[in-house]
Design a protein around this ligand. Structure first.
Ligand code: HEM
Length: 292
């Protein structure tokens, strides 16, 4: 308990609304796993952190966490999410609480409320959209730092550099590399004709490495001049959770650096590799750290 309190005091972002959940979870996981060696950082810590706030939409009751990984059966998982969400949605119908659920339940398009399936469909998208994406970016950011001891030392000494580390990671190795579109009209991209109605896979991960925009785009550079990248897409469907994702990543990186002294890659394990197409990140992240 003492350790928890000390760790909270050291947290540069104490009590940032919903993030306290991730923070608490991070601390309790570390307390549970307080050996010096983690064979897989990704499995033990990265995944649960973003899942915690995403599975607790504003206004939900803490502790009723639903969804998350581990549902083998798709239909059962979908039903489990509906069971979790239904009482929350129903409560907002009669008592709006100024949160996202209330907005959805009472929203009107051309004078008509959203059908239930639209509401649940959106909420089913919203919960996982924030988990798979953020934990993978978290792993890539940690890996970038762990592979660059000089940058790691600078970030440890000056936490105001954490947002730059997060932003450069999102540009360098975003966790969502591709978005799908259908061409609304006949057009042309880079000399290639695209007829109306064609399916287009927009590789936003590649756009964030455009050599016409960034020097040495394949390099992770803590001092890179910030410029808009494509990690969160663009236009009307730009990622709804991009600010939440940035905050989660910053809080998560700070929490890990605060609480795992001398965090380093496990020299006896295979070097982690960032991989994946639709979702990208290091599949495993074996690390060591010193005892508390
Ligand atoms: C590092 C973390 C994340 C990355 C890299 C990411 C990336 C993306 C990308 C590329 C899109 C598609 C944009 C487009 O079609 O133009 C998207 C859409 C979306 N994201 Fe994220 N995302 C992240 C975190 C989150 C979080 C934390 C949430 C919410 C809790 C979220 C919710 C959504 C939703 C609801 C959409 C659909 C928006 C729409 O179609 O209008 N995302 N995201």
């Amino acid at each position: 308990m003492k350790l928890v309190e000390t760790a909270r005091r050291k947290n540069p972002n104490p009590g940032v609304g919903v993030f306290r959940t991730a923070d608490d979870r991070c601390i309790s996981l570390i307390l549970l796993q307080s050996d010096r060696y983690w064979d897989d950082f990704a499995a033990r810590l990265e995944r649960p952190i973003p899942a915690a706030p995403s599975c607790e939409p504003p206004g939900s009751q803490r502790g009723r966490r639903g969804g998350g990984r581990g549902h083998g059966d798709r239909d059962a998982a979908s039903q489990a999410m509906r069971d979790y969400l239904e009482p929350l949605v129903e409560a907002r119908r009669t008592e709006p609480a100024g949160d996202l659920l209330s907005e959805l339940v009472h929203a009107e398009i051309d004078g008509a409320r959203l059908a239930d399936e639209k509401i649940y469909g959106f909420l089913r998208l919203l919960l996982p959209a924030g988990a798979e994406t953020t934990y993978r970016a978290f792993g890539s950011c940690l890996l970038a730092l762990l592979e660059r001891p000089e940058a790691m030392a600078r970030v440890l000494a000056d936490r105001s550099l954490v947002p730059a580390a997060v932003e450069e990671t999102l540009r360098w190795e975003t966790s969502v590399t591709m978005v799908a579109r259908v061409a609304a009209t006949d057009t042309e991209i880079g000399g290639c004709p695209v007829p109306a109605g064609s399916s287009v896979s927009v590789i936003n991960g590649s756009a964030s490495r455009d050599e016409a925009r960034w020097a040495d785009p394949g390099e992770w550079d803590l001092d890179r001049e910030p410029q808009q990248h494509m990690a969160f897409g663009t236009g009307p469907h730009q990622c709804l959770g991009m600010h939440l994702a940035r905050m989660e990543l910053e809080v998560g990186i700070n929490a890990v650096l605060d609480r795992l002294p001398n965090l380093r890659l496990d020299p006896d394990a295979e070097t982690p590799v960032i991989s994946g197409y639709a979702f990208r990140g290091p599949a495993t992240l074996p690390v060591r750290f010193d005892p508390f």
